[in-house]
Design a protein around this ligand. Sequence first.
Ligand code: GLU
Length: 632
Amino acid sequence: MMRSHFLRPLPLALAALLACSPGAFADDERDHDRGGDHHGARPPSHGHGKPIDWAGTAYRKGVVAVANPYGAEAGARMLERGGNAVDAAVAIAYALNVVEPQSAGIGGGGFMMVHLAKSGRTFAIDTREKAPAAATPDMFVGVTRPDLNGVAVGVPGMVRGTALALRRWGHLPLHKVIEPAIDLADTGFAATPRYTAVSCNNGGRSTNSPEAAAFFCPGGVPAPVGQVVQNKPLAETLRLIARHGPDCFYKFMPEKGCDIAQGIVEGQKFNRPQVAGGKGGSMTLADLEAYQPALREPTVGTYRGYTIKAMSPPSSGGLTMLQILKMLERFPIGDAAAGYGFGSLKTANVMAEAMRIAFADRSQWMGDADFVPVPGKGLLDATYLGARGAVIVPGTRITPNPVAGDPRPYDVAGTKPATRLAVAEPVTGPGETTTHFSVVDKWGNMVTYTNTIESSHGIGVFAGYTRPDGSFRNHGFLLNNELTDFNTTPSVNPYTGGPGFNDVQPAKRPRSSMTPAMIFTPDGRPLVAYGSPGGSTIINSVLNVTLNLIDHKMTLQDAIKAPRISVTSAGSAISLEAGIPQATIDGLLALGYTVATTEIGSVQAVVLDPKTGLQFGAADARREGTVIGLPR
Ligand code: GLU
């Protein structure tokens, strides 16, 4: 599926590939000359809150910020053809399946948060994968490396979720929006540095099945950077979806040529026979046919006068991030004169403590609210959080480790008497997978969308099946291993003895950390749409950027570039990115923390200035972040 000649004229985004250096979108005079509007260093303040300073090149006709140049190009094209932010977002999601197949695609799911300019409504389309009907809480017990086995495959959600988004809020038909992805799969794209770097190197997943190994890592060698990569089987799958609609993915309809569902069901039977303890999945055609996306209200809170909306359950992202923010609000985070300010010991110390407390709550109280009574109101209740955060004392590290509180008395909606609690915390990696992108269109609609197949390359198995003649019918897209986001060992609630909120149940969605989020002015106008990949560190990446904007007054690009700090459970080390001052690290060690240096997240953000209507974008150099603003 790969061709060895290099850089023939590509159908998309050679220009975007060249533009993918992060310096290309900050203060870019070239775009200014062509219709972009340079906005100067200090934008006006918004409402009565403290101003956020985004600076950079301003646009009026739409901006996309994507972790891959080809994905960005696909989105920009939709906006140029009259599409809105929803059309662009769906085009990006499909294109990324081709060019960033390790991160996300039609074999997985995610959360697409939308703000509609006209109605002022903000909501999320939950395309998160579901457990099959025959799934059981103990289905992972005794399985070696669940991430490599079919038992981890959830019923994929992207195709129906994005089709719903287009039907209800898009301007363009599905077949137009999928076009860039079909083009990329059919005629190819030049392997990007990141594609090459991860193709043979990701915990054995890209080589888990013979078909994936042959595609990503033939002979143990990845496609070199710049080599044209084609995926004809995926092009054919996408054409089927474009022609027949989402049902062609979810229903086995051989009379129409729709055999994708069979490929998913057969693919997830993969049990890695070469390893003892392998286990295939139980998904059936009926599970696929039954899948439906959900529309959800985001979780809402405030921070220093700004309103923040972020993904609600089954994600833990919105609740956990807002808990941390509320616990931090009493500290003068932005005030260097008071010993705080960016990167200081005091700031890192209180951030780490608030994270430890919130993640203790997360492990007990968050899961799929369609199945368990998540006490969302209690978790964000001011009195509850006041008490939880009162134990944060700058200059100290809480010992023993914080444990979950009991927010139920503060939960206005109340909970059922037999409340079930989670204990176990699935371990997620630093973020080689998953992808986040953000879009604003010329009408002021905004989308912030995190999409995933969980681990990099999912389970490393393409949807597909063996035909009667023995040949392999390959559908060209990877199956997720999202169900590893459940507790992989059934857990016991220390209070009631009942099962955990995030234990496996049939048709339940595993708890996520994905945190697509938006910041609104104090008077309710949308300002920033942003998010990140990175497993449970997602919550903290989004939090870091929020503090950088609101407290540290960084520009949007600097807020994304600045080194991050993350703790994802009450007892774990502080992860720090290179660039945090050594004095701060020494101070943290002296307080009793353990620290580890690592890379955290990949944030893509767009801004809409409510006063001027000007639009900005920024993307993350940690991956291949690309911003395209219009007109270009
Ligand atoms: N599956 C993870 C979640 O939903 C995201 C994976 C990642 O970002 O690495 O929280």
